[in-house]
Design a protein around this ligand. Structure first.
Ligand code: ATP
Ligand code: MG
Length: 436
């Protein structure tokens, strides 16, 4: 009896042809982030559960309801990473990097959150993140933001704008919390159970609620910016001035608090603001979130080390690229039709030689009627085509057909000798590069 399976809910197979977009995003990231002095790290998929509870915070969406947590066979509670900042900080401390003055890292990989699925919201999703440790200076915040900005520019997504806020220092929080509590308190009776709990345990997170019933109350809530102390205010002014100097546009968004507990001072998001009628991301419009977290290294057992970082949602960027028609097309420069017997050996050898020279050349291992092999060449969108027959073998030359030109076009067919074939194909491949 055979049995059929489906991928787990909210976890996607990433397949051709869409995978081409993923590869562009990854390739661009590695090149750009490397150029900016960020080195790649790869941490395990699972970590000690306590690491996330301690860093992300108990009363966040992530820890309270989204984590894939289970006991392993040794009875330890482990969690599939819902984010990569805490694991990065763990590794930074564990391996002695915290002893060095400045460290810049990036990561790229799957994260796991048990979420309600919608467009752009999955249970296994991919983040590209960059973290910089060791400097409290505004230029470090801005470098990090500029990296995200230049990356989005490099991949060519549009209608994404930078939202910016400051959360002040942790010493600015108590007064603000008092004001916030006073604002919400008279209405708590009407709150949902979840909102009530958030009010009790982590009032600030109400600003980040997705509960529509609370919208107007959130809008009229006091702004953190009125409670930010002098030092954090000066830092924020420097951040804004530097962004302006770099020509990076931003909007100040006083209600931007972000969903994790560890942020201090600067927070930012890049949000997709679609032109009318476009809805590529539904309600999941934030493609990147980040900010400063000056206390986390110390809270996780390291020395006092200020830090700033961001995480981008690659799945959402792929959706945007797809909507913009930015999927590169990979086309073989040549398709070789084969005959049976000894001729097939010669043809396969030629295909292999050309491939070894870096040329994308295809053939149909099933062989068969030439007509069917032509169809196959068209199906894989080959640019050129020829038959490796007895006459071609003896003449050591091939009649190459340009698959993009109509029959009857004088340039449709050219004869190229075997000796000149690789150079001819290389030229043809360069004349029609992979987009973008
Ligand atoms: P949201 O408010 O949309 O739930 P978040 O605050 O939980 O976002 P972060 O933890 O800041 O998100 O993650 C950074 C980025 O990772 C998000 O801006 C988003 O692009 C992406 N991301 C987060 N959760 C998911 C998910 N479940 N599926 C796809 N992408 C996600
Ligand atoms: Mg979330």
């Amino acid at each position: 009896m055979s049995q059929k399976f489906a991928a787990p809910k909210g976890m996607n197979d990433l397949l051709p042809p869409q995978i081409e977009i993923w590869q562009v995003l990854e390739r661009t990231a590695r090149e750009l982030f490397g150029t900016w002095g960020y080195s790649e790290i790869r941490t395990p998929i699972v970590e000690d559960t306590a690491l996330f509870v301690r860093s992300v915070g108990e009363v966040t969406d992530i820890v309270s309801k989204e984590m894939y947590t289970f006991d392993d066979k040794g009875g330890r509670s482990i969690t599939m990473r819902p984010e990569n900042t805490a694991p990065a900080v763990r590794a930074y401390i564990e391996h002695g990097f915290a002893q060095q003055p400045v460290t810049r890292w990036y990561y790229l990989g799957p994260m796991f959150r048990y979420e309600r699925m919608k467009t752009g919201r999955y249970r296994q999703f991919y983040q590209l993140g960059a973290e910089a440790y060791g400097s409290a200076d505004a230029s470090q915040d801005v470098e990090n933001i500029a990296l995200a900005w230049h990356y989005l520019k490099a991949i060519g997504v549009q209608h994404v704008s930078l939202h910016l806020n400051t959360l002040g220092d942790s010493s600015d929080r108590p007064k603000y919390l008092e004001a916030l509590k006073a604002h919400f308190a008279p209405h708590v009776g009407t709150f949902s159970e979840i909102a009530k709990e958030t009010f009790e345990r982590n009032t600030m997170r109400l600003l980040d609620t997705k509960d529509e019933a609370l919208r107007s109350l959130v809008e009229s809530a006091p702004s953190l910016s009125e409670f930010v102390g002098e030092a954090a205010k000066k830092h924020f002014d420097e951040v804004k001035a530097l962004l302006t100097a770099l020509g990076i546009p931003f909007v100040i968004d006083p209600k931007l608090v972000r969903g994790l507990d560890y942020y201090t001072r600067t927070t930012f998001e890049f949000i997709y603001e679609p032109p009318a009628g476009d809805n590529a991301l539904g309600t999941a419009g934030t493609v990147c979130g980040g900010g400063r977290y000056d206390n986390l290294v110390h809270e996780l057992g390291g020395p006092e080390k200020p830090a700033v970082g961001f995480a981008m949602g690659l799945d959402r960027l792929v959706l945007l690229m797809e909507a913009l028609g930015k999927r590169p097309e990979r086309r073989p420069v040549l398709f070789v039709a084969t005959m049976e017997g000894e001729l097939k050996v010669h043809a396969v050898k030629l295909v292999t030689d050309l491939r070894a020279q870096g040329l994308s050349v295809d053939f149909d291992p099933r062989g068969g009627k030439i007509k069917r092999q032509v169809e196959r060449a068209a199906a894989v969108k080959a640019r050129h085509f020829f038959v490796y027959g007895q006459a071609e073998h003896e003449a050591r030359a091939f009649k190459i057909k340009n698959m993009d030109l109509p029959d009857g076009d004088p340039a449709k067919e050219v004869t190229v000798p075997l000796d000149a074939l690789a150079a001819w194909l290389l030229n043809a491949a360069q004349a029609a590069p992979v987009t973008p």
